[in-house]
Structure formats: structure tokens, C-alpha cells
Design a protein around this ligand. Structure first.
Ligand code: UDP
Length: 237
């Protein structure tokens, strides 16, 4: 499958059209941004790690019955995916309070939530991705109630699947962000990526951060943390 025109260049990925109107090629970059683009940098090797780790997680999720956009990993950095219209929501699932939740509710980072927490933010850089609830989403036409019910169900299921895989590698899944897409026939599928850029991963024994917070918070050892996730999750797969 060959790339034709570039459809979109985001902060961490480029998306290309292909000769097949129903397929795209995603190309992962080493560029890193945080705080809505205010902080910029490079994390050497990130593109390849995120591509491989995300595809690995999505394959397992697909095998458990949740449809995903992944078709085939083409190379270290590139993956063939189904073409979708992205539902303009960042869907966040949280097991442990961190980041904006800790701040908003005055919780100490590391507080275990008694039940997984589901949040939606409207994907809009100019508005700083504001949090929205179900009635905002329906009233704004971002998704229908039926779509949102399915997205919510899938998101909690994905949380359980990922927690299970990661526990075996001594990684605690603190929280993560996912995005969904709509295919031409209306089917909702998991899209975007699942990687150390979009999840908080803590070492289960030491609580060391093994994710993008090392970049956001200038903690150092950013590349090593991404490599560690690749090694633990994929081993010699
Ligand atoms: N997240 C993301 N992209 C965003 C915002 C958040 O991937 O634009 C992820 C982030 O990595 C974390 C989770 O969503 O795993 C919850 O992030 P939070 O709302 O705490 O925001 P942050 O602390 O990043 O501002």
C-alpha cells in the first residue's frame, strides 16, 4: 500500500491517505509536546516505541472483541489503519488520582480511586480541551447517546484488559486517554494510540514514573523510561 497525500500532521503523528480510500498510514514521530504545545522537545526512539507498543495493545484488545483501527504494522514507525472520522473526544479512564484529577479534586497524587473514573474532554486546542459531560456531548452532536454508551462500555473493558497485561510486567496503570473513530457504516472503533505518551505507567514496586510525565515534569531519563516500557511489555515479542 502506498501513501498518496498527507491528510494531517499532529503533534506526534502524521496521517497519510493511501490508494485505498478506506485505509490510512499513520507515521509516528519522535516529537514531543506538552501543555497544549507550550513545551516542545524530542524523545529519541519514541515514534518507534509508541508504534510497536500501541499495536501490541490494540491486537490484544481486538482479540478480546473490541474493534480497533489497526490493520497491519508496516515498519518500525508506520502502521496501516482503517480510515475513520475521529469522534472529537478524549476519553480518559483513571484508576489512581494524578495530574488534572488530583488538582481538580484536591486529591494527593497516588490516591487509589474506589472505582475507575471515566471522563470526556472535547478535543479542541483553541479551547484547551475542556471537560464535557454526556449531555454536552449529545447536545453538541459530538456523539449520540448510543455511541457514547458503547464508547463508555469499551473504555472500561479496555481498562481491565490493559491493567491485566501490565500487572504481569509490574506496571501499574494509573490512567490513560483513548480516542474512538467512526467508520463509513457508522461502526465505532478504537483509534489513535495507546502508549507512554497517552498513559500514566508507574513501576508497581518503586512507583517510578515510566511515561510522558518524565518529559512534562523535567524528571530526566525520558528515553530510558520509554525503552523500559517497550522491554517490559513486549520482551522479545
Ligand atoms: N492525556 C493525553 N493527552 C492529553 C491529555 C491527557 O494523552 O491531551 C493522558 C495523560 O497522559 C494521562 C491521562 O490522559 O495519562 C490523564 O491526563 P490528565 O487529565 O491528568 O492531564 P495532564 O496531567 O496531562 O494535564
Amino acid at each position: 500500500m502506498n501513501k498518496t497525500e498527507m491528510l494531517y500532521e499532529g503533534k506526534a503523528k502524521k496521517v497519510w491517505a493511501t490508494e485505498d480510500e478506506n485505509l490510512c498510514i499513520v507515521s509516528y514521530k519522535d516529537d514531543a509536546t506538552a501543555f497544549n504545545g507550550l513545551k516542545k522537545g524530542t524523545i529519541v526512539g519514541k515514534g518507534s516505541i509508541n508504534n510497536r507498543v500501541s499495536n501490541y495493545f490494540m491486537k490484544i484488545i481486538e482479540d478480546k472483541g473490541i474493534p480497533t483501527h489497526v490493520v497491519e504494522e508496516l515498519s518500525d514507525r508506520e502502521t496501516l489503519v482503517k480510515r475513520v472520522e475521529i469522534v472529537p473526544l478524549e476519553v480518559i479512564v483513571r484508576n489512581i488520582a494524578a495530574g488534572s484529577l488530583a488538582k481538580r479534586l484536591g486529591l494527593e497524587e497516588g490516591t487509589v480511586m474506589s472505582h475507575p473514573v471515566l471522563e470526556f474532554c472535547y478535543k479542541n486546542d483553541a479551547l484547551n480541551d475542556p471537560m464535557v459531560n454526556t449531555s454536552h456531548i449529545i447536545a453538541m452532536g459530538f456523539a449520540t447517546r448510543e455511541e457514547l454508551d458503547l464508547i463508555s462500555k469499551y473504555s472500561f473493558q479496555i481498562n481491565e484488559i490493559l491493567k491485566g497485561i501490565l500487572e504481569m510486567d509490574n506496571i501499574t496503570l494509573v490512567d490513560f486517554k483513548i480516542e474512538f473513530g467512526r467508520m463509513k457504516d457508522g461502526t465505532i472503533i478504537l483509534a489513535d494510540e495507546i502508549s507512554p505518551d497517552t498513559c500514566r505507567f508507574w513501576d508497581s514496586r518503586t512507583s517510578e514514573k515510566l511515561d510522558k510525565d518524565r518529559f512534562r515534569r523535567d524528571l530526566g531519563g525520558v528515553e530510558d523510561a520509554y525503552q523500559e516500557i517497550l522491554k517490559r511489555v513486549m520482551g522479545n515479542k
